[in-house]
Design a protein around this ligand. Sequence first.
Ligand SMILES: Nc1ncnc2c1ncn2[C@@H]1O[C@H](COP(=O)(O)OP(=O)(O)O)[C@@H](O)[C@H]1O
Ligand SMILES: [Mg+2]
Length: 274
Amino acid sequence: MVAVLATPSPSALEQPSEGSLRVCSVSKEFISPDGRKVHALKDVSLAVQPGEFVSLLGPSGCGKSTLLRLVAGLEMPTSGQLLLDGKPIEGPSAERGLVFQDPTLYPWLTVRRNIESALRIAGVLKQRAGQVDEYIRLVGLEGFDRAYPQHLSGGMAHRVALARALINHPKVLLLDEPLGGLDAFNRMRMQDEVLRLWELRRGAMLLVTHDIDEAIYMSDRIIIMSDRPGTVEDILTVEMHRPRQRNNPYFTHLRNVILEMLHFARKESVEYFL
Ligand SMILES: Nc1ncnc2c1ncn2[C@@H]1O[C@H](COP(=O)(O)OP(=O)(O)O)[C@@H](O)[C@H]1O
Ligand SMILES: [Mg+2]
């Protein structure tokens, strides 16, 4: 089996439906505090289909977080356009949930109040407060609703952050290295947890990671980004059933293809696995 390199099909792009994200020729420049121009992203185009799990994989500093912040509406592009279901993204919205590496829970609020805070910010707490229990159950935190963040393990804090992002039913969930702070075992457990939540909801997911195995284990497609200014180097379709086996020969093959793309692998070792 070989990796299939593919660009999004134009017909799919022309008919946006619920949760269809398009990034069209987006560039982003920053002015650094010392007045230098930082070209973070250059002419980035990509599409995420409704219900699709897509990873952005690239070296540190290549603009992955910038791209996610643009999709979240926290930054505006210098040029180009971002569209969700055909409508321009012009600011933050509950239809695009964002989860960071640091769970960023309010330390003075209980698990329940932290999850409720998302409903309060969206102005729907009165109507939907009854759903908080369902989301506490969904992320496996029954019995912890009155716990404070400082009493939670790293994995549990991430579950709260996920519940808080999911309770507003985002069309796209944006995950910026959400598991980066966890140890290897917890990280693998949480990868399964994120996949379980995704399979239950089937909303689109856009995950930023610099962990090649995480990208292969989780994604339908992997967008490989170049060094800064970040561009789309390649788009790779992961043709594997879930749950995926990390020691499967195709997994190993993909890992080597990606290492080669990222220019870290020695040529001979890649040819050996192919
Ligand atoms: N607000 C900002 N002001 C100035 N430079 C920034 C800002 N945000 C990001 N950058 C720069 O843009 C580049 C890409 O950053 P980032 O998107 O955080 O990369 P990644 O997430 O891939 O590590 C980096 O050089 C970073 O220093
Ligand atoms: Mg980042």
